[in-house]
Structure formats: structure tokens, C-alpha cells
Design a protein. Sequence first.
Length: 366
Amino acid sequence: VSHHIPTSPCAAFITVPTSTQPPNPNPRQMIGPYRLQRVLGEGLSAVVRQAVHVKTGQQVAVKILSRSGKRGRGGKNDEEAAKRVALKACREAAALRAVEHPNIVRMYGAYQTLTHLFLVLELVHGVPLFDYLQAQRGSLLSPREALYICAEVTKGLMACHRHGVAHRDIKAENVMIDRKGQVRIIDFDLANRVEGEMRTACGSSYYVPPEICRGETYDGRKADVWSLGVLLYTMLVGHYPFDDESEANLLKKILHQPVEVPPHLGPELKDLLQQLLAKDPTKRISSCHILNHRVFCDSKGRNAYSKASDRETKASSSANSHQHQKQTTVHPHSVPPSSATAATAATAAAALRVATLARASGTTGT
């Protein structure tokens, strides 16, 4: 697997003969060995369709992007828009090729025509974390369940950062929980390689870190960690740490307002949230240190949110664990009761919730 993102647009895409590709891909169209089926979701510049591999029967999701940047619309050719769409698609495809991990949605292939780009992705049967939280109807996730989801997202981010990729749009809408309770990060359309400081301001308003609000260059990995902190806070508290209907006021709060952690969460969760949401990115915890925090460990110091299949994650995080433990404020007790039950119980709880939601809504996932 290549760990480098190519800079030439669409270098990683297989060209499909244009004679068989109409301008607006229809439900029965073939894209390579895949036959397009029903629509799973639509956005401003992309459509996601379910598809099937005609030989193996494998079900996948195909993200279809119009090169014009205007989904389903005609109009004169915008060469600059086409270049932007192609470059973003190239970055997304290359990022997904570079990072193969159980907590990252898989990509099986990438195709292109003169008019469209196609990303063939793993079909995740589940729901976005945003819908998962909305379905709680005012009740909050238990700390165990929130920490389980946070730990799984952290493992995915560690894999990204290890391979030099910043996601840059971590939010509840871009985290999927499947019917087995497994967690995956999706939607890498803002992802980019980490080569020094980044300049492009991107991400969703509630999840954007202070350094981007100030218009500074930034470390995309530290920006991902801030967004993860917003995500964990939202799961535990039920609302964003910084919220305002006015964009200008929201920006001021992100820049200047201290994060307020409810006392009932306890000192360890407060400490973790403060490290994730440190306004100074140089003082913000790194993704490879997060799972070493005491809040993820049982009374014997074992990580209660790791499973036997997490060997790569454990190996990556252990190198700096001794130094980080000296820097982290810890307390005599922790949230998870035992390393044998925390992840298993949280996974089972998540699976039950997702299965119930899926049956009620008919949701398949992306």
C-alpha cells in the first residue's frame, strides 16, 4: 500500500470508456465491474449509490462526483471547478488508499470518465453518529459508551496521522456505527497529506480549532484532535462546548471562552477534555497519546478499550507512553471497571442501538 498522496489529479483513477457513460449516471449503469443501484444519499456535489460487483455479488457504496462541481446540472464548462473537484477526489482516493484500518471506511477502487469521478467504498450497514445521538431523545450516552466511540475514532485518527494524512472534518456526521457496534470514520473529501503547516481553512464551524479561526497556518493532526474533543464533549454533555447562532460570536467563544466541563463528569474526564480542547495547539495532546490517558485504563493500568485486534494501535501508542504519563494529570480511579468488559459492553450497547434504529428507519448506511 502506498503511503504517499499523489499531487497529479486523478492519477489513481481507472478511466472508464466514455461511450458507455451518460452524463448523468443511471441506476443500472456499469462502473468497472460494479452495477449501480439505488441512491443512498445526495449532497451538493456528489451522489452516493449502492452498487453490486457483478461477478462476486459484493455490495458497495459508490460516491459519484460531477467534474463540473454541479451535481445533475448542465451549463457551460467551468475548467477551474473541474480542476478543484478532480484534485479533491484525487486526495480523497489517495488518503483512503494510504490508510487501511478497521476504523476507516475502505476504498475498493476509483474510476473516472470525462464527466464524472467514482469512488467505490465499503458499504457500512449502520447509522451516522449524529443520528445515533439524535435518537437518544434528550438522554446522554454513558461515559463508557462515549469513551468507547472516542477510542475507536482515536484509533482511526492515529492510523491517518501515522501515514501522514489529516482528515480535517471530524464530526458526528462523519462517524458511522454499524450494526455490530463497530465504528468507522468516513468522508475524506477534505483530507490532505501533512507536509508542514496547512493553510486552507476547512471543517465544520462547531468543530474548528482556534488556530483556524485566527486564520493561522496549522497542524492538521492537532486540528483533528480538537475536533475529536468537540465530539467527545458533545457525546458526554449533549451539546457543543462552544455554541452560538451567530457565526461571529461562535468564533469569539472558540477563541476566548474556557471549556466548561460539568462537575458530574469527574476529574479524569475533565482532564482529558481540557487536553483535547487546549486552545494552544502546542499544548494540545497528540493523537498517539490519547489512549494512554488514565480515563481509558482500569485500576490495574490496562487499557480497557483495546481489543486483541488492536496490536498496531497499541504498538504505535506505547512508544511515547512513559513520557506522556509524566505529563498527564491522573487520579486514583477511572471510569471503566475492567479491561475485559468495557469495550465489549460498549460495543454490544452500540450494536443494539444501531440495530433498533436501522429497523425503525430502514437505514442501510454508506
